[in-house]
Write a protein that binds this ligand. Sequence first.
Ligand SMILES: O=C[C@H](O)[C@H](O)COP(=O)(O)O
Ligand SMILES: C=C(OP(=O)(O)O)C(=O)O
Ligand SMILES: [Mn+2]
Length: 449
Amino acid sequence: MTVNAEIHAGGNTWRSLTAAQQPDWPDQEALRDVIAELESYPPLVFAGECDQLRQRLGAVARGEAFLLQGGDCAEAFDAVGADQIRNKLKTLLQMGAVLTYAGSVPVVKVGRIAGQYSKPRSKPTETRDGVTLPTYRGDSVNGFAFTPEARTPDPQRLKRMYHASASTLNLVRAFTTGGYADLRQVHAWNQDFVKSSPSGQRYEQLAREIDRAMNFMNACGVDPEALKAVEFYASHEALVLDYESALTRVDSRTGHLYDVSGHMVWIGERTRQLDGAHIEFASKIRNPIGVKLGPTTTVDEALTLIDRLDPEREPGRLTFITRMGAGKIREKLPELVEKVTASGAVVAWISDPMHGNTFEAASGHKTRRFDDVLDEVKGFFEVHKGLGTHPGGIHVELTGDDVTECVGGGDEIFVDDLHQRYETACDPRLNRSQSLDLAFLVAEMYRDQ
Ligand SMILES: O=C[C@H](O)[C@H](O)COP(=O)(O)O
Ligand SMILES: C=C(OP(=O)(O)O)C(=O)O
Ligand SMILES: [Mn+2]
């Protein structure tokens, strides 16, 4: 084996361990062919960009910046269109502007985008009217339609995932570097929105203040070109390990392995077993890594995760994304933060206020209350304030469209409205107005911290 091949094999050490939540591919030979093809594809991101994000997250971990991570629960192949991508980006940029200006903090912007196609599920099957089929595991694995054909895992979908991610990332890069995301466009992002919604009106007022601040900077001689491009990164859950390891490459600059399917990847609450394949895989790559921590996480688990994933104790390498639930965060988070901090490790602490607050409405829709989401973030800030540690950011499921999936918000959505525009393929997302409401409220919390 050449040195490079040996290092590359390092991206496959997970294969001898148990990998939770993997698809039951019916045709192993077809899977092998797909993996071989994916291995020949060009990387979607450059390892140097992953390093840059790790540095940005280092600032988050040290308390010098705030992470805004958001996007769909599950991206869908048929939603890879200019309007949907632009709306999501616009929402994230508006939230970023609110947090930067009203929270007075640099904001690191990371999408759950261009690769968020695979879903862990609580049940392997779904039954409707006496018919039982495999559960939907994301567009990378099977189809959402409730038919045996659609629900059978098809490895060809992994190639579609790659191409859908590539098209999405291409447009995101064009928008964020080509002038669309220019901060001087801060009003333009709001045009379709402002009149109809309270959060849009509140945003417009903020945009006017930003304008004045920019005019002031202009008058002081600050180069306006500096505002033209925005740094934006792509992230997704590293769930289907055949895909992630097929896109893992040796960086020619350093000889290290990077998962070049996205800048940052995270390991979910259902796949973070210390002796499992996902943690092993993540330990071999140099990307910044997130790990979701639910309410059953023990201090020992958190400390072992640090030993496994951040042995060098490098700020920015490891982000803990807590998702405790509004009713548990104040009880469960303090000990974790306290003991991790006492260990000397510097991780970024981020709040996912979505996944601990899901419930089923009487109509059968999976939903979340805006007030619970807000309360979990409040609890997260309270805990960090009490311990003198840094509330590093938020991780949210959102979309730029006017969906009716979560209840509440300033432009209130009621349980009876859920059916109107319930479009998610998995978990309920904040719509644009609810996302902006959240950004304003989080900015206030940050400022008061
Ligand atoms: O996005 C997260 C998970 O896939 C989701 O919360 C699991 O939901 P389920 O209980 O419907 O499987
Ligand atoms: C599956 C997810 O979350 P968790 O692993 O926290 O349940 C998710 O982020 O969509
Ligand atoms: Mn989800």
